[in-house]
Design a protein around this ligand. Sequence first.
Ligand SMILES: Nc1ncnc2c1ncn2[C@@H]1O[C@H](COP(=O)(O)OS(=O)(=O)O)[C@@H](OP(=O)(O)O)[C@H]1O
Ligand SMILES: Nc1ncnc2c1ncn2[C@@H]1O[C@H](COP(=O)(O)OP(=O)(O)O)[C@@H](O)[C@H]1O
Length: 201
Amino acid sequence: MPSNPRNLTATAHALTAADRRRHYGHDGAVLWLTGLSASGKSSLAMALEQALMQLGYACYVLDGDNIRGGLNANLGFSPEDRTENIRRVSEVAALFADAGLICITAFISPYRADRAQARLRCKQGFHEIHVAADLATCEARDPKGLYKKARAGEIREFTGISAPYEAPDRAECVVDTASEPLEASLGKLISYVLAALPYQK
Ligand SMILES: Nc1ncnc2c1ncn2[C@@H]1O[C@H](COP(=O)(O)OS(=O)(=O)O)[C@@H](OP(=O)(O)O)[C@H]1O
Ligand SMILES: Nc1ncnc2c1ncn2[C@@H]1O[C@H](COP(=O)(O)OP(=O)(O)O)[C@@H](O)[C@H]1O
């Protein structure tokens, strides 16, 4: 067996993580939001991005519906496709973090094993955030009418109805979006980031 069968040699960056920290004023990281459809992932991710930017942080949101319109347009919602979705997204998120940014991801990411793999890919900069709302609350919200369609059998393999959601058992942060308003959940996330990823410039 040749020692380098694919003939690939990684090129070292001239810039270090410390150079990037000095430039941006904080460490790169991945804030991985997971939760049911309509739990509040997108609303919180976008509000958090805006709030952090105002505090000086450099950040960017990767959102399920958006990424599935481009990079992952060839993927559906079978367990295998969801795993591949999360694999690609976590690779991209790891690159954002390596570049020194805070990458906020908003994906259902229903499988614990896929999130564990994402954690490994993103190394120490991975923060799992459970956007926790029970199915009844999410179904009552139904902002896109998807639960109604799923109940009517018009969408197959819909998370919470006909596909599983495995809640995190090791999340660094949990926001209870069923019982508190968005502003309260957002405040908790901002406090978490200020403590875990302090801004110093
Ligand atoms: N079958 C099925 N199950 C769940 N969700 C569905 C499905 N079909 C379409 N949608 C829409 O796709 C969004 C979820 O995409 P994700 O990439 O986050 O899903 S996953 O992480 O791969 O499970 C999801 O977005 P959110 O409602 O924001 O979670 C829906 O808009
Ligand atoms: N604490 C909360 N955090 C986030 N969203 C909330 C909260 N309370 C109520 N909501 C509402 O729930 C809905 C969540 O929709 P969305 O953000 O699209 O969820 P998801 O991206 O998880 O599908 C929005 O209409 C939002 O205003």
